[in-house]
Write a protein of this length. Sequence first.
Length: 66
Amino acid sequence: MKELIARGVLTLGSHNVCYAHNEADIQKVLSAYDAALRCLADALGRGRMVEALNGPAIEPVFRVRA
């Protein structure tokens, strides 16, 4: 999500397309995903996921109480 946001695509993890999105919007999102997933694959391949985060990992806002 951080990589997508850095590339100008705000997402909450949902992948929805509607008629308000034009071809340029769709291409921007696809390009952002391509770059973000390449970064992810590179970090995973090098075993450097934590260092690639560029900040703390996202944590859930709500937690289940025990």
